[in-house]
Design a protein around this ligand. Structure first.
Ligand code: FES
Length: 102
């Protein structure tokens, strides 16, 4: 989480409130949010770190093209946060480096 000014703004605030966790911390989302939208609305600015340099990455395209929004969702790595609907009780974690096999 960070104090950076966000380039995204939530337009609808009428959906049912959902509760997710991000790296173990509770965040509120709205029904209809993607995971990326929920995290951005909660002030999360780093979703993953690159596998080579460890550089921080955050959503860029919000439409499934750039893969900068990869996170771990409910124990499954390499999920595109912009393409997954937020679900009550979902556990989301920062993705560190490359996905491990096995
Ligand atoms: S933000 Fe680009 S793929 Fe998700």
């Amino acid at each position: 989480m960070s104090g950076h000014t966000l380039m995204f703004e939530r337009h609808a605030t009428t959906g049912r409130v959902l509760r997710l966790t991000f790296d173990g911390k509770a965040i509120d989302a709205r029904e209809g949010d993607s995971v990326a939208a929920a995290l951005l609305a909660a002030g999360v600015s780093v979703f993953r770190e690159t596998s080579i340099s460890g550089a921080p990455r955050a959503p860029y395209c919000m439409m499934g093209a750039c893969f900068d929004c990869l996170v771990e969702i409910d124990g499954i790595a390499n999920r595109q946060a912009c393409m997954v609907a937020a679900v009550d009780g979902m556990s989301v974690r920062t993705q560190h480096g490359a996905r491990r096999l096995g």
